[in-house]
Design a protein. Structure first.
Lengths: 232, 362
């Protein structure tokens, strides 16, 4: 118990003093995970809308692949990305191994299926009669899609947050593609693992608190947005 | 002037043709009611006419085939059974059709406000649409449709989900707006009262086919076949035999009773069906002396109260159904087994050919 208490007190001190290692890891986490999530939203929401709105041969297979993608093991993704950008790999000339770009790619692959799948479910969940009504009002296909996205915005926000949640806590893919370089590719999860292995529990706790605070903040914003929309 | 014309129109669902119409027209300024029982294909026909369903056949707009579906849909408006409002304010919902057409914001505000006022919901303009009651929401939905100033308004049972007082008020308001704007309207309903109060013409739909198209009066007084007759409330459809036909009257026999009617029997049919609405039969105690040509000694078999009226099932030598008010039933002290007279004028009945099951409108 003394060990835990000492760790917690030390963690609070490091947070209060804005310990450079802690700040660097937190900001790297925000940049990498924020970029991966943003990219997965930009690419995943339109694809999810298309999957939710259209019927075409192979759609069910595509959705199955997407749903499978939601459960991708991060270390396997990390392995494939690492091999792809390895010096002798197919994208070796990019020279991205052990960079934040590599981490963003790996996290994007992890978040993308979640955003696509949950967006498709959100769009499919909209009353088909509402879609018919929008068309009947004279909407083009693009206008119809935009209005339906707007109607499903809370669920799509949830999809985006689920994508964020899928990668903010992962460690395997980031460690294997970013190499945990201090001040550069060291993010909260890889830093926690490292500090714990060194017995630096105060730093590990501090990083853990910040990670939890980040996840809580994101969920709090989502919940607030959802509750704001509830009828009085 | 004909606004809309459907030729050889067919709608298929799941590989099965659910609607097949040889020809149907909508004239400028008229309200055409698609009347029929649940599952008859009324909504599918409406969606087909609104170009919201894939169809076979030809849809003509002011004489020209509809090729640009989007352009056509921007000339019409559709109101469904449920209001289907977006998760936005009432004002934004009312202006949505205008926004989709690229109408300037100031014009959108003016026209949507005008329609919200006409429908009596302008005081709700700032409210979230999802917080409205069913009646309010349907008023907003109708305001949204009328705000685009449609050349045709399609209404798919817009009052069906409303309680009676709300429905009556909304029907009255809508009837007034339609009269003022003279917008061509297609109304789907299974409610005969709605059809009578709003329709200029009625197309009776059964099993995906238009069985009769005529003025509201004609459909209700001269149904085209027994099935239509039953649906429009002509409960007495009686097999008769023609005894004689003169310039003035047709004499018929039903069982051992002789009846006289002014209707001419269908050509070559000596065994027509005699149709009499229950509301047209007068019941009296005693000898029932009256000027009516048909006075039938009858016996009350059963009484069935229906709201403000009582359905009286009689044995007049053949089964006959009449409607009387609750007060009349009470004053005559009607009861099963009682002897009464049932009478109706010779001008009342309508004769249908017995061997032609349907008349497909052309």
């Amino acid at each position: 118990m003394d060990l835990i208490a000492a760790g917690l007190v030390g963690a609070l001190r490091k947070i209060a003093e804005l310990d450079p290692d802690v700040v660097e890891a937190a900001s790297a986490s925000l940049v990498v995970t924020g970029s991966a999530t943003a990219l997965s939203i930009v690419a995943g929401v339109p694809l999810g809308v298309v999957l939710g709105l259209t019927r075409f041969p192979g759609r069910t297979f595509t959705l199955s692949v997407t749903n499978t993608g939601m459960g991708l093991p991060p270390v396997v993704v990390g392995l494939f990305v690492a091999v792809a950008i390895w010096r002798s790999g197919p994208f070796g000339q990019l020279d991205w191994y052990c960079t934040r770009q590599a981490m963003v790619v790996a996290q994007f692959i992890l978040a993308f299926p979640t955003v696509v799948g949950l967006t498709a479910i959100a769009i499919q969940g909209i009353d088909p009669m509402l879609r018919l009504q929008v068309r009947a009002l004279g909407a083009t296909s693009l206008q119809t899609a935009w209005i339906l996205v707007s109607e499903a915005k809370l669920l799509i926000l949830t999809a985006a947050m689920a994508g964020f949640g899928a990668v903010i806590s992962e460690i395997g893919a980031s460690l294997m593609t970013g190499c945990n370089i201090k001040g550069d590719t060291r993010i909260l999860t890889t830093a926690i693992a490292l500090e714990t292995s060194k017995g630096e529990f105060a730093t590990a706790f501090a990083l853990g608190f910040i990670l939890l605070a980040l996840i809580f903040a994101v969920n709090a914003v989502t919940t607030w947005a959802q509750q704001r929309q509830r009828p009085a | 002037m004909t606004l809309l014309e459907a030729h050889g129109l067919a709608v298929a669902r799941g590989g099965q043709v659910v609607v097949s119409v040889d020809r149907l027209t909508l004239e400028a300024g008229e309200t055409l009611v698609l009347l029929g029982p649940n599952g008859a294909g009324k909504t599918s026909l409406l969606l087909a006419l609104a170009s919201l369903l894939p169809i076979r056949g030809v849809l003509r707009w002011r004489g020209a085939p509809v090729r640009d579906e989007l352009a056509y849909r921007r000339r019409i408006a559709v109101v469904f059974q449920r209001p289907l409002l977006l998760d936005r304010t009432v004002r934004e919902n009312a202006a949505l059709g205008l926004a989709l057409r690229g109408v300037a914001a100031s014009e959108r505000a003016r026209r949507s406000e005008e329609m919200l006022t006409r429908l009596g919901v302008s005081h709700l303009a700032s409210r979230p649409a999802r917080q409205l009651s069913g009646g309010e929401a349907q008023r907003v939905s109708i305001a949204r449709a009328l705000a685009v100033d449609p050349e045709i308004l399609f209404l798919d049972e817009p009052f069906a989900a409303l309680d009676a007082p709300t429905r009556e008020a909304l029907v009255a308001d809508l009837a007034q707006v339609l009269r003022e704007k003279r917008v061509g309207t297609v109304l789907v309903t299974h409610d005969r009262e709605e059809a009578l109060s709003l329709g200029d013409r009625i197309a009776v739909i059964m099993r995906g086919r238009v069985r009769q198209t005529d003025t509201a009066d004609a459909v209700f007084s001269m149904p085209a076949d027994p099935e239509v007759a039953a649906f429009v409330g002509v409960e007495n459809v009686l097999p008769a035999r023609v005894v004689s036909v003169t310039d003035e009257l047709t004499t018929l026999r039903i069982g051992d009773r002789t009846l006289e009617v002014t209707a001419v029997p269908p050509a070559g049919d000596d065994f027509p069906l005699l149709c009499v609405r229950p509301d047209d039969i007068v019941i009296a105690r005693g000898d029932g002396a009256s000027s009516a040509r048909n006075v039938l000694a009858s016996r009350v078999v059963r009484l069935e109260p229906i709201g403000r009226t009582v359905r009286v099932i009689l044995d007049s030598g053949f089964p006959l159904v009449a409607h009387v008010t609750v007060r009349s039933a009470r004053e005559m002290d009607l009861a099963p087994g009682q002897e009464v007279t049932a009478s109706f004028k010779a001008t009342v009945p309508h004769l249908l050919p017995r061997h032609r099951a349907t008349r497909i409108d052309s």
